[in-house]
Design a binder for this molecule. Structure first.
Ligand SMILES: Nc1ncnc2c1ncn2[C@@H]1O[C@H](COP(=O)(O)OP(=O)(O)OP(=O)(O)O)[C@@H](O)[C@H]1O
Length: 255
């Protein structure tokens, strides 16, 4: 693992698609070693923020400052649904792709890298499944495979989009154990979570997002009833406004 990066700073950050903002004027700082949950209603902009942190979505306004790390120093776990599992590859080769940054796109895995892949699979409880094509795995098994690839990637900053979305309790517990281990190693972890109880249990810090920052701080305080009600109201107001904008546009087209 490389030296600890400095904080990641969000400066007046506005994100969106086709010039339509989805997240507005976000300010904040993710300290090195933080374990941050990002929570909020559906459509609040959580995945959008994670994509921007991963360097996959350029800001519409403001900036993300990460002086000591480029997007390539960040490991990103997309939502399970976004992973193309039709690609014909077995578990071993898929997990070994985590080493690409060290060995290059067409580099050969040396004995150390092969051992690293084997250890990662053991850590997530999938030893013995190395030869299984990934399209034959259950959702929970695939999520374990994705975590094994993150272990092999060995980055200081790890971004997780709904890592516990569609998986059973045993897998959730195992993956929470892995996150606690990473936390102990001083890695920075940012996870989009739908389950507020999981945030309260395992994430000391939370950003509550509803298109803009509702709260950012110690998890219990950030997720208090008052903030959650404000987040819901903000998000409903935004959706109403968006629908009205859309109607205006439709009316303009009609003329
Ligand atoms: N590729 C895209 N193109 C256009 N609009 C998008 C795209 N992805 C997301 N959006 C819009 O951006 C807004 C924020 O979406 P985002 O997926 O970031 O929210 P979220 O908080 O992660 O939601 P959920 O909890 O439902 O996954 C939504 O209005 C969504 O429709």
């Amino acid at each position: 693992m490389r030296a600890a990066p400095g904080p990641i700073r969000l400066v007046n950050l506005t994100l969106g698609y086709d010039r339509r903002p989805a997240v507005h004027h976000l300010e904040g700082e993710i300290a090195p070693g933080a374990t941050l949950a990002v929570c909020g209603p559906n459509g609040a902009g959580k995945s959008t923020l994670l994509k921007a942190l991963a360097g996959l979505l350029p800001p519409l306004g403001g900036r993300i400052e990460r002086p000591d790390a480029t997007a390539r120093d960040i490991a990103y776990l997309p939502q399970l649904l976004e992973v193309d599992r039709s690609f014909p590859i077995n578990v071993r080769d898929f997990v070994a792709m985590g080493a690409m940054r060290r060995i290059g796109l067409f580099g050969r895995l040396d004995a150390a890298e092969r051992a690293r892949t084997g250890e990662a699979l053991e850590r997530v409880g999938l030893s013995g499944m190395e030869d299984r094509p990934i399209d034959t795995l259950s959702g929970g098994q695939m999520q374990r495979v994705l975590f094994a690839r993150l272990i092999v990637q060995d980055q200081r900053v790890i971004l997780l989009d709904e890592p516990f979305g569609a998986i059973d309790e045993a897998t959730t517990q195992d993956l929470l154990g892995l996150i606690a281990h990473w936390r102990g190693e001083g890695r920075t972890i940012v996870a989009v979570l739908h389950e507020l109880d999981l945030a309260r249990r395992a994430f000391p810090e939370t950003l509550l997002l509803a298109r803009e920052r509702i709260a950012w701080g110690e998890t219990r305080g950030a997720l208090c009833a008052e903030n959650l009600a404000r987040a819901r109201a903000m998000s409903e107001a935004f959706d109403r406004q968006a629908r009205e904008c859309l109607r205006d546009e439709e009316a303009e087209h009609a003329h």
